[in-house]
Design a protein around this ligand. Structure first.
Ligand code: AMP
Length: 447
């Protein structure tokens, strides 16, 4: 640092410690360590869905608001309270909204692109951010990530179990332990009206105890009350009639078969009659994933269900479907709690840093690093014109395993390869360097 220079780049810059701008409430930046975890989750999702025959799709992050209003349902928290609506720019422009969940958009795409003429079922997967204008709290964000799969065109019940097993395997493969599946059947248009009538009677009998928002919803959709997040509803919901006692014969047979398939696949599950899910479009099978013993609000790691009416609701010919959305933010949280996600830095940090005795010779450092990168290695070149000691310190802070030191031996075609973890060092011919580094890394990983 030049003599007399202040550590502040500008006088008064200490004001900069109070940032002017922050990420919007309920959103967060995924800093590199966390972003790497998300990448790993996404990679697992991709390899797993490929194994199960799903193909990737990407729909826009916003849609006509009507796709969600009609698809998800008008009388749902997601549409009533949580939809991020985009203000129309002109009077005649369409009303749009950011996607609060992926299924409605994917089914819209299925109908729009005539996928009912493809071999059925059409099995699609997508991973990306979703948006809900909810009150932010631990594990609940306004922008969050979901890994989603949809199988459209198969009435089940075997595929219901296949999808649940796939979700369960995802948690196992990313390293979350103790995940349990809660399953339920919420009936279909044949048996649900009678069930909703029984449910409505139950709540009417307790009208005086209902919070006003729930009372308001009661006549429009009593199922929503069963799914209410209001703590005042817990006792009333515990004594409510159960869907599983009101299933028609076809729905009961379907549910029995889903359970039999789950048993055959060794998926740990529990029937939870209170599980109805927050969206209108579900029929029959509904499920959620939790870490066993942690089944509270904001703790569902993922959920899904069958939506046999949705394709028709969005203008297609009646076609059954089933899918799930797994919340990656929550998976990352649980992984951190369970001590997973370790060794993440080792996957993405530099294997080696190229440093040099001559602070000004950035050409040699960059050239050696470039050759190593071309050979497929993760390498940083120290491009600061600073003393070798400082360069080595920085390499240590980077978490690099090796430093490649360019010194006088370079003229004879040799460099020092220093193992920063072991504290050892040896001369290596420059032509052998890539091979030596790769071999040392492989040995380290397996040793
Ligand atoms: P849902 O369709 O509401 O059941 O959402 C599926 C999964 O996405 C949930 O089980 C959560 O893991 C995750 N999820 C839903 N909403 C949020 C949110 N606001 N913040 C973080 N994760 C969420």
């Amino acid at each position: 640092m030049a003599r007399g220079a202040s550590r502040d780049p500008l006088p008064g810059s200490r004001l900069w410690t109070m940032p002017t701008f922050r990420a919007p409430r309920g959103t967060r930046d995924l800093l590199p360590d966390e972003r790497v975890v998300f990448d790993r989750l996404r990679r697992t999702a991709t390899t797993l869905t490929t194994r199960y025959g799903y193909r990737p799709i990407e729909t826009p992050m916003f849609e006509q608001a009507a796709v969600f209003e009609r698809g998800v349902g008008e009388v749902t928290d997601i549409v009533e309270k949580e939809l991020f609506r985009i203000a129309p720019r002109t009077e005649d422009s369409e009303a749009w909204a950011l996607r609060p969940e992926p299924t409605a958009g994917i089914v819209r795409a299925y109908v729009q692109h005539g996928m009912q003429t493809w071999p059925q079922p059409v099995k699609l997967t997508m991973t990306g951010p979703m948006f809900r204008y909810d009150r932010p709290q631990a594990g609940r964000y306004r922008q969050f990530w979901q890994f989603d799969v949809e199988a459209i065109g198969d009435a089940g019940p075997a595929i219901d179990a296949e999808i649940i097993e796939l979700g369960h395997r995802f948690y196992t493969e990313v390293g979350v332990t103790g995940v349990e599946v809660l399953v339920n059947s919420i009936g279909d248009p044949a048996c649900r009206p009678a069930y909703i009538a029984a449910l409505t009677d139950h709540y009417r009998g307790h009208a005086a105890e209902l919070p006003s928002t729930e009372l308001d919803r009661l006549e429009r959709n009593a199922l929503r009350l069963l799914d209410s997040k209001d703590p005042a509803m817990a006792a009333l919901n515990a004594t409510a009639p159960r869907t599983t006692d009101h299933l028609c014969e076809a729905c009961a047979a379907h549910f029995a078969s889903v359970k039999a398939h789950l048993v055959a696949l060794d998926v740990p599950f529990r029937v939870e009659p209170g599980l109805v899910r927050g969206l209108d479009y579900y029929t029959r099978t509904a499920f959620e994933f939790y870490v066993a013993g942690r089944e509270g609000q904001q703790q569902a790691l993922g959920g899904g269900g069958r939506y046999d009416g949705l394709v028709a609701l969005l203008g297609g010919k009646p076609t059954p479907g089933i899918g799930f959305g797994l919340g990656l933010d929550r998976v990352a949280l649980v992984l951190a709690e369970q001590g997973g996600g370790a060794a993440v830095h080792a996957e993405t940090g530099p294997l080696a840093v190229v440093v040099g005795a001559d602070p000004d010779d950035t050409v040699s450092r960059l050239r050696v690093a470039t050759n190593l990168r071309a050979a497929g290695l993760r390498v940083r070149a120290d491009l600061a014109r600073r003393r070798l000691g400082r360069q080595l310190e920085a390499a240590g802070r980077d978490g690099a395993h090796f430093a490649v030191i360019l010194g006088d031996e370079l003229e004879a075609g040799q460099v020092q390869m220093r193992d920063l973890l072991a504290g050892t060092q040896r001369l290596v011919p420059i032509g052998d360097l890539a091979r030596e580094l790769a071999r040392a890394e492989a040995g380290h990983k397996h040793g």
